[in-house]
Write a new protein. Structure first.
Length: 256
């Protein structure tokens, strides 16, 4: 009962719970993004003891990934005492499939400055349960619990959680667990039914100004399609205490 099982120092086998929404025999990219964040944090903690915080996660999705074993390699691109730029590459059979660049940043005591003008969304208990399997197939979507308030097609606020651990028998941080849910945003409030139009994302960039707390991850999401085959899914990300960052995904919009 996990999304991945470790098979070696840098290798992991995907389980059926990562089955994709566009094609169930391919991985939904969401758990893989969490796995890569987990690998970055493990590498950080093996090298240093000051626990730099994750400020940005920027993923480029280079291709599809079968539900199979993957390898994740981590490289420090810009070492530093207070700020580091780290790269992780997830590969299948030697082919790079996702590339992550993460900024890791020193934390400081700034509680007296804490604040944001991002509006809060309603708490999960004030939203109705919604079954995303009514729109999407695949093991990952089936594993997600969602509460949603839909405003219109392409506009909604919602909360997501999963009972499935990211990696079997390993402690995973709140940031990595949240990263494993971020990609679900491009599917929780569709502008058009995926049976009629494909709109996969080719990247995901998330910025955090606070670490997530609690089991629910909240989203205030807007989906936009342009007239030229491009689109954007943009979200303000929340935990139970309020907004904690943003996430965006550029889309390739493909009418059938």
């Amino acid at each position: 009962m996990s999304y991945f099982e470790r098979t070696g120092p840098s290798t992991y086998r995907a389980t059926h719970h990562v089955g994709g929404a566009w094609e169930p025999n391919e991985q939904h990219i969401a758990p893989a993004l969490g796995l890569m964040t987990h690998a970055v944090e493990l590498d950080r903690d093996a090298r240093r003891d000051d626990t730099l915080a994750v400020g940005r996660l920027s993923y480029d999705i280079l291709g599809i990934i079968p539900v199979d074993e993957v390898d994740v390699e981590v490289t420090v691109l810009r070492p530093g005492r207070t700020i580091e730029l780290v790269e992780a590459v997830l590969a299948h059979n030697g082919r790079a499939a996702v590339r992550l660049r993460a900024w890791l940043m020193q934390t400081r005591a700034t509680a007296e400055l804490e604040g944001t003008s991002f509006p809060r969304i309603a708490p999960p208990e004030d939203m109705e349960p919604w079954d995303p399997s009514a729109v999407w197939p695949g093991g990952f979507i089936a594993s997600a619990q969602v509460r949603r308030t839909q405003v219109e097609p392409g506009r909604a606020s919602y909360w997501v959680r999963t009972p499935i651990p990211l990696v079997a028998d390993e402690k995973v941080s709140a940031v990595a667990s949240a990263a494993g849910l971020l990609d679900i945003a491009n599917g929780m409030t569709v502008r058009a039914h995926p049976k009629d139009i494909a709109f996969p994302n080719i990247d995901l960039t998330a910025h955090f100004f606070a670490e997530p707390r609690g089991e629910w991850l909240g989203f205030d999401t807007t989906v936009s399609f342009g007239a030229n085959g491009l689109g954007l899914t943009s979200s303000v990300v929340h935990d139970a205490h309020g907004p904690i960052g943003t996430a965006s995904q550029v889309l390739t919009v493909r009418p059938s």
